[in-house]
Design a protein around this ligand. Structure first.
Ligand SMILES: [Zn+2]
Length: 191
């Protein structure tokens, strides 16, 4: 189960975009640790297995949706809580281009656009000693990156939309709240 959760966690970013609430078995379900800490996002199919095996309890369902088979009808799961506490193995997310883009929601952190070619920009320029860190790298469109050049956001009068920070797994789960399910918000501290 643990391995399965980890695998799901690493691939949910791409899958979450194709989420539908139409009762499909690949719909997304939020998994909380026993401590109620948000842990991962898994498919409804895996959620059903966890429930069936008694490994998790159902906290939230999708209203008006049901899962049916020949012998079974149950509410469609939306949020699960694991029955036992699992230590998270991936406290540190690797600094990579892909993960910077994920953290920034694939949007330029200067102009907010997501439809242009995206690059990584060093907030404090590389040419002046800026480092490759979570706090110094942001997603920027080619236009903004060129415009900013070897200047800081202050020097270029191009303020960042938000301060870049090291993400954790909850950061990534949060990005999908708007498109996934209102019922997840309380569990992701987004009241
Ligand atoms: Zn831009």
């Amino acid at each position: 189960m643990f391995k399965a959760l980890r695998q799901e966690g690493s691939t949910f970013s791409t899958q979450a975009r194709s989420y539908r609430t139409g009762g499909r078995l690949n719909a997304k379900v939020l998994v909380l640790n026993q401590s109620y800490e948000p842990m991962s996002v898994i498919s409804a199919r895996k959620a059903i297995v966890l429930l069936y095996l008694g490994k998790a309890e159902l906290l939230e369902t999708l209203e008006g949706k049901q899962l049916r088979s020949v012998s079974l009808a149950m509410p469609f799961p939306s949020v699960l809580r694991l029955g036992v506490y699992i230590r998270l193995p991936y406290k540190n997310i690797i600094l990579s281009r892909k993960n910077i883009l994920r953290r920034d929601g694939h949007r330029c952190q200067f102009c907010g656009r997501g439809d242009l070619t995206l690059t990584l920009d060093h907030v404090f320029p590389l040419s002046r000693g800026g480092e490759d860190t979570w706090e110094n790298l942001v997603c920027a469109c080619v236009n903004c990156n060129n415009r900013k050049g070897d200047r800081t956001p202050e020097e270029a009068a191009m303020p960042l939309r938000r301060r870049p920070m090291r993400p954790n797994h909850v950061t990534f789960i949060r990005q999908f709240v708007g498109t996934v399910n209102e019922r997840w918000k309380p569990y992701l501290f987004l009241h």
